[in-house]
Design a protein around this ligand. Structure first.
Ligand code: SAM
Length: 223
């Protein structure tokens, strides 16, 4: 960060920085869904990261969290939520809780959210901060998200926040008819294509959305 940026950051309050990020790096880059923009304005990203990183909370970049994982870039969180076409009565599964930030954004838009994480420490931290921030409609569970969460299936939308070699059959099978799976897929662990897979009865339609780079989805139907 340059000295000019640092001075400007210090002068702006954290709420102004959140508003400015939503306007300049999310709305101006094409995210239009009013529910998504309202969610991005509501969730306090600084609560989901280490306090030492607070000055970077509203930079549009991923940041490190525990267990060598990352909190996703805000623009990508907003893009995935928009492309999942989530409505207020929807039941949503997120695979890859990480910090819990993405789940909080989804929780502002949907009726109920289940979010699954493979690292128990991240499950505990995310559940605590989501409780503290008042997200009573977000349920954090531990497990291998490549297998989905059959106890709460089917889902109107599933959002996967780690890169997979392909779309897990279990996740496709846990969509309602018309349900959307948003997932980064690619044969390299380093870069992927973000796709939307829509269930139409027993068939599935795939659309390419954007080139992305996520940490690997590790599990039975992942890497
Ligand atoms: N959505 C998160 C946030 O807002 O902080 C960012 C998630 S981070 C990019 C990806 C997460 O997926 C990591 O926390 C990682 O441990 C988790 N993950 C990877 N494979 C998984 C699996 N099979 N089941 C559940 N979580 C998994």
């Amino acid at each position: 960060m340059s000295r000019f940026d640092r001075n400007r950051t210090e002068k702006q309050g954290i709420d102004e920085r959140r508003e400015s990020m939503v306007r300049r790096t999310i709305a101006d880059r094409g995210v239009r869904d009013p529910h998504v923009l309202a969610a991005m304005r509501t969730v306090r990203r600084e609560r989901f990261i280490d306090p030492s990183l607070e000055d970077s909370a509203y930079q549009d970049s991923p940041l490190p969290i525990e267990k060598g994982q990352t909190i996703s870039q805000p623009f990508i969180v907003a893009l995935m939520a928009e492309q999942a076409r989530i409505g207020p009565s929807d039941r949503v599964l997120e695979v890859g809780t990480g910090s819990g930030y993405g789940a909080a954004v989804l929780g502002c838009i949907a009726a109920e959210v289940w979010t699954i994480e493979r690292h128990p420490e991240l499950v505990e931290n995310a559940a605590q901060v989501l409780r503290d921030e008042g997200f009573d409609n977000v349920h954090v569970v531990e497990g291998d998200g490549t297998l989905g969460w059959p106890d709460a299936a089917p889902f109107d939308a599933i959002v996967v926040t780690a890169g997979a070699p392909g779309a897990p059959d279990a996740l496709c099978g846990q969509l309602v008819d018309g349900g959307r799976l948003i997932i980064p897929v690619g044969q390299s662990r380093r870069s992927q294509e973000l796709v939307r897979i829509t269930r139409r009865g027993d068939s599935f339609e795939t659309e390419d959305l954007a080139a992305v780079r996520f940490v690997p989805l590790v599990g039975d139907e992942g890497w």
